[in-house]
Design a protein around this ligand. Structure first.
Ligand code: GTP
Ligand code: SPV
Ligand code: MN
Length: 592
């Protein structure tokens, strides 16, 4: 296999000259190609066959222990003008970046096969879709890309027809964290990633193309590339709405996208369009329409159980690559939170023996907290009938949520679009295991895009304000927080399926059918505006969950001011004025 596209041919030849692989394999996406890659990885000990009766076509992969999460401090956006990358990105001059990273690529594929992986983000026939080619020396990456994207012959055909694609050069290098770099060149639509085999660092279609590069395309072309799930919600009468929701990494997108309503919500149905990324464009009638550019889920394993996310558990029956989960004695998988009691013996994610006793004594987890599963989206029982619709689905509401132990109410609705942009721009969340670094520290994560916006965050806020002016049918904007804790550190809100109670109120608001109470931050439901059947949240607990403490919010708003200060002059004046408005409202609010 090769290609009629000369630019692609030349680029592959140049990459081979630099990295000097033993051989080059063009990937066609076929079943036989997949089987051969699995055989190869099994032979090399890079995959473990799971119990094929309980888990057909499922395998376990263990990463190098130093390579288990995204590395934000080693991720760069390389624009000619430093200001264009913004204070939200690490920056290097493009020429220097190429020199630096090429030194790491020099000869790195010696003794290895170079795989050329053409892929399409979005349904092949969709005008919203964009193609890329990833060159990699990792069969694990090829297998994952085959699940996460439309990979192989049809993608190559589209590239040859369109003539354009995003270049992504990847090598696992020597996995030395000191020789690891994830470089983006949005001005020439290319990516160079070396030294990591992990998810967002190495599957270049996902965060690198579909968010960092795509966000700059979207800025220039007038659309949105967002870290959002997309779900459909249908009421008992068959009326259906779609919403898109942005939560930071490991803050609940997959779970919310696959929500199963509580039994009392008879006749309600939630369906899944996507669980991580949304590309959103203006439709023919002035509405916003979204596609899921991905073809699979790369989901967080810990915490996933029959209780919390039965749809995910059903999805995980077949054709799954598990990464860094624990292995049971009968060839099954396990992770913290899957069952209330751990099995008596496991092999942990590093390959070492693990028992509950060892866990207690050493504090070691059996699965890595950022252990993941890769699985085709089509396997999900709640997959939406329109999930591959080339024209996308119409979006009625945007939801933004963070992981906040205190301060942020369960749900509130922004007064209008620009107010909603303010709330999203100042979103805070506790850091998680999805990225290297200290966990549980509150940081600003605007639109859940801090690690993924490929350009200056101030320009991005402006872009959202511009989009709002360009559409006639504006989705309403809501904020949620499932993660408030009590004095003992326990979650106060039941979460998961019970999030339906909040989603129902949101959908009713969108349809103009739900009441609420006006607060300084926006509209919130009253206790009686929510259906509590079968739920043990008391009126008192609800009032706690929905409260916005005046003192705490004054501190929060002071942090917003610091945050805008940090982002500098490109933050829209309109947003700074919004802050002053809330401060003024809070200072006039009656004492609680
Ligand atoms: P990325 O794939 O990293 O972008 O993450 P995500 O936003 O899809 O997060 P995911 O749904 O995988 O959830 C991450 C963790 O949060 C899991 O351990 C979940 O069990 C947990 N979680 C999800 N929803 C809720 C909720 O409503 N309440 C609580 N307490 N935990 C939740
Ligand atoms: C995230 O970290 O937000 C993920 C996983 O969805 S990764 O693909 O590694 O970015
Ligand atoms: Mn994500």
């Amino acid at each position: 296999m090769t290609t009629t596209n000369a630019a692609l041919r030349d680029w592959v030849a140049d990459a081979a000259k630099l990295t000097r692989p033993d051989r080059i394999q063009w990937c066609d996406g076929s079943q036989s190609e997949r089987d051969a890659l699995i055989e190869l990885m099994l032979a090399r000990g890079e995959l473990i066959t799971l119990n094929q009766e309980t888990h057909p076509h499922c395998y376990l992969h263990r990463s190098d222990p130093s390579d288990v999460a995204r590395v934000e401090h080693l991720t760069y956006v390389c624009t000619r003008n430093r200001e264009d990358a913004g204070p939200n990105n690490n920056w290097m001059d493009p020429a220097e970046a190429h020199r630096t990273v090429d030194a790491l690529f020099d000869g790195c594929m010696h003794g290895r096969t170079m795989y050329v992986v053409p892929y399409c983000m979005g349904p092949i026939g969709s005008p919203y879709a964009r193609c890329g080619v990833e060159i990699t020396d990792s069969p694990y990456v090829v297998l994952n890309m085959r699940i996460m994207t439309r990979m192989g012959v049809p993608a190559l055909q589209r590239i040859e027809r369109d003539g354009t694609f995003v270049r992504g050069l990847h090598s696992i290098g020597d996995l030395d964290p000191e020789r690891r770099l994830i470089m983006h060149f949005p001005e020439d639509l290319s990516i160079k990633s070396v030294g990591s085999g992990y998810g967002g660092n190495a599957l270049l279609g996902k965060k690198c193309l579909a968010l960092r590069i795509a966000s700059t395309m979207a800025r220039d072309e007038g659309w949105l590339a967002e870290h959002m799930l997309i779900l459909g919600v249908e009421d008992p009468k068959g009326e259906k709405s779609y919403v898109a929701a942005a939560f930071p990494s490991a803050c609940g997108k997959t779970n919310f996208a696959m929500l199963i309503p509580p039994p009392s919500f008879d006749g309600w149905k939630v369906t899944t369009v996507g669980d991580d990324i949304a590309w959103i464009k203006r439709g023919p009638n002035g509405e916003l329409r979204a596609i899921n550019p991905e073809a699979g889920f790369f989901g967080v394993a810990p915490g996933t159980s029959e209780k919390t996310n039965p749809n995910a558990m059903a999805t995980l029956y077949a054709n799954v690559i598990f990464t860094n989960v624990a292995l049971t004695d009968d060839g099954d998988v396990w992770w913290e939170g899957m069952t209330s009691e751990p099995p008596a013996h496991l092999i942990d994610w590093t390959g070492a023996d693990w028992t509950p006793e060892i866990g207690r004594q050493t504090g070691r987890k059996a699965a890595h907290p950022n252990a993941r599963f890769t699985v085709p989206a089509a396997r999900c029982p709640s997959i939406d009938a329109e999930w591959e619709s080339p024209a996308g689905v119409p979006i009625s509401a945007f939801i933004f949520g963070g992981r906040r132990a205190t301060t942020v109410p369960l749900v509130y609705e922004a007064f209008n679009w620009s107010f909603g942009v303010y709330l999203a721009a100042t979103l805070g969340s506790e850091t998680t295991a999805a990225a290297e670094g200290k966990q549980g520290v509150v940081r600003r994560d605007p639109f859940a895009m801090l690690p993924f916006c490929g350009y200056h965050m101030g320009d991005y806020f402006n872009h959202w304000l511009r989009i709002g002016r360009a559409i006639t049918d504006k989705p309403r904007i809501f904020c949620v927080n499932w993660f408030r804790v009590d004095a003992k550190g326990r979650f106060v809100w039941p979460g998961f399926g019970d999030n339906m109670r909040v989603l129902e109120w949101i959908v009713a608001r969108v349809r103009g059918r739900a009441a609420g109470r006006e607060t300084e931050l926006g509209w919130v439901p009253r206790f009686e505006d929510i259906d509590w059947t079968g739920c043990n949240v008391t009126r008192e607990a609800f009032e706690e969950l929905i409260a916005a403490d005046n003192e705490a919010w004054r501190r929060e708003l002071a942090e917003h001011a610091e945050w805008f200060e940090k982002l500098g002059a490109r933050v829209p004046q309109q947003l700074k004025i919004k802050r002053d408005l809330i401060v003024a409202r809070l200072s006039h609010a009656p004492a609680a």
